[in-house]
Design a protein around this ligand. Structure first.
Ligand code: ZN
Length: 288
């Protein structure tokens, strides 16, 4: 018996074992692959849902951030409006509302009213030196510029009278009564501009050529110049010719601020033509 020609039983067993081992090995590989691919699928699905959740979260955040931005902007706008209102009120609180009040024969300024601050008008601007006329301090710079500009235009305009206290006005009226008789004195312009002079914002103006008087002022170049230019410094004619309530006072000019004076000039209207409510809108810009 040739051992080389026959299979040794050991070899046969080994062969069987090897075959069985290979079978078992490949089964393990397949089973392992199946498990892995299952895991991959599960990870993929988790990833997909996580991604979806993430996108959803980002979108929600974006939406809420947009909403927050909008809310913030609305609040900022509100804040701006509020501080604007506060500033306006603060500014208004510093301006005396009497300064743009309409006065009439039935509505006078309180007899105890005294302007907050008065400035003495320098002699150079007064028709009669040493008159020591007073004017409301913030109005003086407007008046000075107006008179300086007139002078540069070769028109001489001087202050004849400015602030008058209640008592001074009362005394003046008494004088007129003595000179002209009570009836005429009451009709006299001194009555009409009465409250306006007590405010300190109003001046009676005169010029050379009429001897410093008031009457005849309407026929002077000074009057024509004022009609054309006074509004540029906030001055208006209170009592124009032919007005419904008062005698014509060509010399009597009241400071109402440049805004209102400009608008009145543009519209061909007078201070007393407007309603008080309309006038009050200009208070805030009185000294702008
Ligand atoms: Zn006057």
């Amino acid at each position: 018996m040739k051992s080389s020609d026959s299979y040794h039983p050991f070899l046969i067993v080994l062969g069987i074992l090897l075959l069985a081992g290979a079978g078992a090995g490949s089964w393990w590989v397949y089973s392992r692959m199946a498990t892995l691919s299952g895991e991959v699928a599960s990870i993929k699905s988790t990833l997909a849902s996580t991604t979806e959740l993430l996108i959803q979260t980002i979108e929600e955040n974006l939406a809420s951030s947009a909403a927050l931005t909008e809310e913030k902007e609305a609040l900022e706008e509100q804040l701006e409006d509020l501080s604007g209102t506060v500033n306006t009120l603060e500014k208004l609180s510093k301006i005396d509302p009497e300064l743009l009040q309409k006065y009439s024969k039935v509505f006078f300024l309180n007899e105890h009213y005294v302007p907050e601050r008065l400035t003495e008008i320098p002699d150079a601007y007064e028709y009669a030196a040493a008159e020591h006329n007073l004017i409301l301090s913030p109005v003086w710079s407007y008046l000075r510029k107006m008179l300086d500009t007139a002078k540069r235009d070769k028109v001489e305009i001087y202050v004849s009278s400015a602030y008058r206290s209640f008592d001074e006005q009362d005394a003046l009226k008494g004088q007129y009564s003595v000179t002209y008789g009570a009836g005429t004195a009451n009709q006299f312009s001194a009555d009409q501009g009465y409250s306006e002079h007590q405010l300190g914002t109003t001046v009676d103006l005169t010029t050379t050529g009429i001897g410093g008087s008031l009457s005849g002022f309407q026929n002077t170049p000074a009057y024509q110049w004022l009609l054309k230019n006074a509004h540029r410094w906030g001055f208006v004619l209170s009592y124009p010719p032919g007005n419904a309530y008062y005698l014509f006072e060509p010399w009597h000019w009241r400071f109402v601020g440049e805004d209102l004076a400009d608008d009145l000039h543009d519209d061909g209207k007078y201070f007393y033509d407007l309603d008080q409510r309309e006038i009050d809108k200009y208070l805030i810009s009185l000294f702008d």
